[in-house]
Design a protein around this ligand. Sequence first.
Ligand code: ATP
Length: 917
Amino acid sequence: MTDRPTSNLTETSLPTQWHTLSQAEIERALQTGMAGLQEDESRRRLARFGPNRLTPPKRRGPLRRLLAQFHNILLYVMLAAAIITAFLGHWIDTGVLFAAVVINAIIGFIQEGKAESALDAIRAMLSPHATVIRGGTRREIDAAGLVPGDLVVLASGDRVPADLRLVAVKELRVEEAALTGESMPVEKNTAPVPADAPLGDRYGMAYSGTLVVYGQASGIVVTTGAATELGKINQMLSGIQSLATPLLRQVDRFGRMLALAILGVSAATFVLGSWWRGHAPAEMFMMVVALAASAIPEGLPAIMTVTLALGVQRMARHHAIIRRLPAVEALGSVTVICSDKTGTLTRNEMTAQRMVCAGHVFDIGGVGYAPVGDCSIGGHAIDPGHYPALAMAIRAGVLCNDARLREEDGLWRVEGDPTEGALLVLGGKLGGTQHLDDKLWPRLDSIPFESQHRFMATYHRDDRGDPWIFVKGAPERILDMCGKQWNHDDDDPLDVDYWRRMATDTAAQGLRLLAVACKRSAPAGERLTFADMESGYTLLALVGIIDPPREEAMRAVRECHRAGIRVKMITGDHPETARAIGAQLSIGVGKPVITGAEVAIMDDAALRRVAMEVDIFARASPEHKLRLVQALQADGQVVAMTGDGVNDAPALKRADVGVAMGMKGTEAAKEAADMVLADDNFATIATAVREGRAVYDNLKKFILFMLPTNGGEALVVIAAILFELALPLTAAQVLWINMVTSSTLGLALAFEPAEHDVMNRRPRPPGEALLSGFFVWRVLMVSFLMMTGALGLFLWELDSGTSIESARTMAVNAVVMAEMFYLLNSRFILAPVISRGGLTGNRYILLAIAACLPLQIAYTHAPIMQAIFDSTDLSLLEWGKVLAAGLLVFCVAELEKFLIRRTGLASRLSHSRLSHM
Ligand code: ATP
């Protein structure tokens, strides 16, 4: 069985009709048992059967990816131009054009690779996990490590990690749509079925990729990876989507339209220039190629993608894992965050502080999970042994419990639900360790806790063989089941008012409430069912559990408020507990608290009215979350919603940004979500919003950099043609500028950190056009400035008798210099950059400039460059003039920002538009 040292399993020696076999046959065939495999055996099997993974669809190889870069309008034009120039015998131009094409393709290739690897790293973080029993102990492993023979435990919300033959089920319902297309969940059992049963009727099997929507089970892995039914149809479950978001598509479309328009204008210029103005067609042709090359923003989509991917990577470093890229954009415009309380806003480190029994209120001392602490009434220490109700309540809390308390190196840890852990610690403190051992009162059956019904029940036999049912859960639920209360024994009539009062009083102190009760009888049938939970129980006690708010969540809530984002708490907890915790977090202060039951009786219109008013929704269930998202969205809000359970999936899907918990969340919730919080922490959502806003800012900054720099170069050429001037830049020179600056300089903006006031602005209106009137103005203004600097210098130099080569060299350098300076301007859209932080805050910008400078020096002074580009040496004075042209652009651009800020134009041109940029 499990401890057989070596097994001789091979894929071919195994049966295939697993669904027809009994548990004993399966165990024999797979040489396993109810204690699972031993670690060393599972390692051997992993080596033999390979990892439990489906092979991802084949990626394009590097060569094909490189070739794909050439599939681009601009590169087609340049290639065509290169061929034509070759025919015309302009060999230097041909060479430069070819070089430009190759460099552009290589830069695109590298950028795409960077974006892909950023996403790959994130995909790896989302790898599914599985709970297995190995060597008799339960542990969580990467699902890729599962092997045939492993014993896997399933719970609601899990994606089945491999094909399993079920050996124990507890109301297991599985949705098999991934495999059979049938979306109605199937009720599972452990019985074998005939060999010819179709997949959907094999009730004793749970297949890889299907979803547990209810109940619990355990099953033995029969096949893994490609051998599973899912593997056979070779279907990968949806992972992270490709790199396309509405914004990127919008920019891509814009870029393509702009490129076509530029080609049209270039063709018109060619026709006009050669026929109307009588220029030589060959010369005109080179001019328009230069014009197109300088004006088409070829790097735009690639750098936008990189910016987005870098943002996603930064978010992942802050524990926010983006699953769907459009969420990055949506994050920037979130107006409402609806968050769970327990574990997200609070620490999920539960400690029982108060026990209310009939007639007595006990205070419990001690901190953390160490089971040491005393018990007192009104400040006087007491012996718990003298209070039978207390002793019974503690026993109930320890037995009706699935958590484990463990000591490791002097440190106590809870495995499982922290609420239940608190009861174990309580048991340790007040009852000694005998309560931690349920062997004396063995458990015969149980109903696990599910947040919809808010209780858990277990059925035991005591040391004399008498049956007991214990139940614990939300006080309202438990009170409904009880007719009596335990004082010295189970015969006092229930004083409902007393318990309600004590419940409200305890909850108002911010304590989480549990009621515990018992019944001295066996279930009606063989197993414990909901029918056994209706009445006849004796209430033992109320337990008040403290779960303090996270410090960082308090700060994050304040940050969200400053950022114009409403934070709403949606919790399964008691309204008073929620109100008290909310007050500590500054959520819903002075506002009413509404319960799920109240939400349920409101119609959509009424809910819409209160959804924005109220900030705390207590005793809420997943269906209320869905209705709330809908109500808020109908009100025009952009909603982020957190969730962890399988039933939260619809609300997460519906929300603009569905946020799943990475640690306590189910696979179902994670798959429905746009973003997964690796640390389950509310503060991470606020950080993601901040990063989302920063990414959007960076995209805008990049566009505001790229368009005018391209525009400036184009204007220089157009002005020269229009005014019949000597051409200030030759075609080869324009291409050089493009190669040096267009992709390298702008890329640095993708690394721009969030501006310090990014969370002091109001959310960006969703669907806001990227190219606002202000954008057009800025692009035109800077294009014009660049042209003025370069063309002005060129004409001035010609006028004062400088050679055309030298004037052109200065014009080329002036354009590049202006771009370098304007790159600094572009760090902030409206804020000034003239400060130490402003000029040096982004080292990538400094690096990009530092990389460009030697290239320009080489362009100007290296003989080979002079031979290719007709450039000439410049004197120091001439370099000074070049610098002045750059400074002109820098200063005027800063002046424009200053004037906009000063005149308040920013807020007049719609606050949300300008102040955001
Ligand atoms: P949130 O939605 O903010 O995470 P929550 O985790 O407190 O809230 P639930 O876990 O649904 O919400 O719990 C709701 C109520 O159910 C709790 O207030 C408590 O009374 C009861 N409860 C919680 N955990 C258990 C448990 N393990 N066994 C029995 N009852 C429980």
